[in-house]
Design a protein around this ligand. Structure first.
Ligand SMILES: C[S@@+](CC[C@H](N)C(=O)[O-])C[C@H]1O[C@@H](n2cnc3c(N)ncnc32)[C@H](O)[C@@H]1O
Length: 241
């Protein structure tokens, strides 16, 4: 099960801050060129692992999501659990608002969690976040379950598996390592107020399966330069966004 992370070392293998393009592996250069859009404070010393570049939510999108969830979540919900923390893109945006009494972030990769904590320090919000190393499915079941009455769960899972980039419609039921069903069932034991950040081409029928019968659920697309980049599905009692 997860452990609270307290003191983090400055840097370890696998964690880096690239100051110039010559340091950046070829396959990451495209992402590095967008670094200031990903983290506007990148130059203040943001830490990343190689894999984190692929999954981090760019700051403008993270701020928009944070704003939507803040406004639309049931008012009595004052706890935000970000179950796939990554290097902190979403978590920092959540913590920049004063909407939440508590913010919990779970991440299973210890180096990525160190990045998240360090990056949150750069944004001045690390003290507002409880960082936990562990498998979110287990941590939600064993640790956070009792918070459900007060909590909203936000999840930006890995989008691995067949077809993320190639298929016209992304199959959420074969998404790896966690299908939509695995995710929804793991988190609904804590709360039904769940937000999932998923590929823009996600199969809406797969999403709709987990909506409550007779109740509207919302899907919001995030667009840049006229094209959708990703979507958020809002389950539970969110008001209209
Ligand atoms: C798409 S990234 C999240 C990015 C994050 N939202 C951000 O903006 O920085 C997914 C993250 O989930 C982590 N992860 C994968 N499986 C996990 C699990 N079972 N429990 C916790 N974290 C997990 C990965 O290590 C990865 O860092």
């Amino acid at each position: 099960m997860g452990e609270e992370v307290e003191n983090m070392p400055d840097s370890e293998s696998g964690i880096h801050h690239f100051d110039n393009v010559d340091q950046v592996p070829y396959e990451l250069q495209k992402y590095w060129h967008q670094r200031h859009n990903i983290f506007s404070k990148y130059d203040e010393g943001i830490w990343m692992t190689d894999d984190s570049w692929f999954g981090v939510t760019p700051e403008p999108v993270a701020l928009q999501i944070a704003d939507h969830i803040s406004r639309a979540a049931p008012p009595q919900k004052k706890v935000l659990i970000d179950v796939f923390g990554g290097p902190g893109g979403n978590a920092i945006a959540f913590a920049l608002s004063s909407r939440w009494d508590q913010i919990f972030v779970v991440e299973k990769d210890p180096e990525v969690l160190k990045c998240a904590k360090h990056n949150a320090e750069i944004y001045g919000v690390a003290k507002k976040i409880h960082f936990r190393l562990g498998d979110c499915i287990e941590v939600v079941r064993k640790v956070y379950r009792s918070l459900g009455g007060k909590a909203v769960i936000y999840g930006s899972p890995p989008w691995g598996g067949p077809g993320y980039r190639d298929d016209a419609i992304f199959n959420l039921e074969t998404m790896q390592p966690y299908s939509i069903g695995v995710l929804y069932k793991a988190f609904e034991i804590c709360t039904r107020d769940i937000v999932l950040y998923l590929p823009r081409t996600s199969n809406l029928n797969h999403l709709a399966k987990y909506g409550e019968e007779g109740k509207k659920f919302q899907v919001v697309h995030f667009c840049m330069n006229g094209a959708s980049k990703a979507l958020c599905a809002y389950y539970g009692d969110f008001s209209e966004i």
